[in-house]
Design a protein around this ligand. Structure first.
Ligand code: ATP
Length: 335
């Protein structure tokens, strides 16, 4: 079956890393139709909008989108973030971050990890409802039954499809009794269903305990599901365990679209120098292939990326001497 893939290259190193992903997908000979649309600061300078309606419509129509990175300029009033706008417009409620050890060394790297962090992407403290009262300010935190149910169900479906046997529900319901109380109750009702039907176990952890356990015994986790801010923090903490920003990929997924991107930004300091690290974008591409059901291709690409890392063909940010073109060549030869 043919799949329509939208390419949003963005700014800075975005085009350099996305071009590698597209070249590799083309090399793999999959039945994919690529189209391209504009987003980001260069797009804003060209057409006066960082995320034109035509781009939003194209992302909605595509089976999946690969997104590079965009530069957010300071001091432009009412400037809309391309990714945040796409998340909202397409209701991409699930933010998925795989945490897989791929053979890097040094830093906080831990071998043998293979789990997912699933973060609710539309609610919590990120609804933009803050009020300034002079000497104090207040932020509202929205948790809904519908939002909690669909993110926890997403986590369980992910567990079911990836052969995981345990889902860890993370909250702070002992303090945030009403908001996280609702998240917890809703999560445990979904958990009961999946325990009865599929024997998938639930584990509950307070967010502070979770933060400790990620360092202490990260190998004991399979799928972690939590609310927006907790997920934001825990997913970056988890990324550090498998190599950090240079290999961190994420998916923003909903009923009306799915966008896969590297977690890093547009790195304007190295743009155009040919040394951008494409690994995070390639791992986002692996996620994209899994999303459209090309599981064998996803596995093949992930293995080629892991082999390249183990062979030490790394860009300077990962401690190597290879440039972007060299990494691409090695991945192709490992496919
Ligand atoms: P933005 O302003 O778009 O968020 P940024 O580059 O300031 O982008 P980060 O993505 O956090 O933000 O990157 C910080 C630094 O890390 C970059 O300036 C760059 O030196 C390095 N870096 C990030 N991504 C990559 C990459 N893919 N390859 C090589 N270096 C990178």
């Amino acid at each position: 079956m043919s799949h329509n893939i939208l390419i949003l290259k963005g700014d800075g190193i975005g085009p350099e890393v996305v071009d590698v992903a597209v070249a590799i997908l083309q090399h793999m000979g999959l039945d994919l139709n690529f189209s391209e649309a504009k987003a980001g600061y260069a797009c804003f300078q060209e057409v006066g909008d960082p995320i034109p309606q035509t781009t939003i419509d194209a992302a909605r129509a595509a089976d999946a989108t690969i997104f590079g990175a965009v530069t957010t300029p300071p001091d432009i009033p009412n400037y809309r973030s391309a990714v945040v706008t796409l998340r909202r417009e397409l209701d991409l409620y699930a933010n998925l971050r795989p945490v897989h050890s791929l053979g890097l060394t040094g830093g906080h790297y831990r071998e043998g990890l293979d789990f997912y962090v699933v973060r609710e992407n539309t609610e919590g403290l990120y609804i933009g409802q803050e009020e300034d009262f002079g000497d104090y300010a207040v932020a509202k935190r929205l948790i809904t039954k519908k939002g909690s149910e669909r993110i926890v169900r997403y986590a369980y479906e992910l567990a079911r499809h990836t052969g995981k046997r345990k889902v860890t529900v993370v909250h702070k319901a002992n303090i945030l009794r009403l908001t996280d109380g609702l998240f917890r109750r809703t999560a445990l009702a979904v958990a009961k269903e999946y325990d009865e039907q599929y024997g998938i176990e639930v584990q509950e952890l307070l967010v502070d305990t979770m933060a400790m356990r990620l360092i202490k015994d990260p190998q004991n986790f399979e799928v972690i599901v939590t609310t927006n801010l907790f997920g934001d923090i825990l997913s970056d903490e988890a990324a550090e365990l498998v190599g950090g920003l240079g290999v961190a990929a994420s998916g923003n997924i909903g009923e009306h679209g799915a966008i896969f991107e590297p977690v890093h930004g547009s790195a304007p300091d190295i743009a155009g120098k040919g040394v951008a690290n494409p690994f995070a974008t390639l791992l986002a591409t692996v996620m994209m292939l899994q999303h459209i059901g090309e599981n064998a291709a996803a596995q093949r690409l992930q293995s080629a990326v892991a082999a390249t890392i183990r062979q030490g063909v790394l860009t300077p940010d990962l401690g190597g001497t290879a440039n972007t073109a060299r990494v691409k060549e090695q991945i192709i030869s490992n496919l």
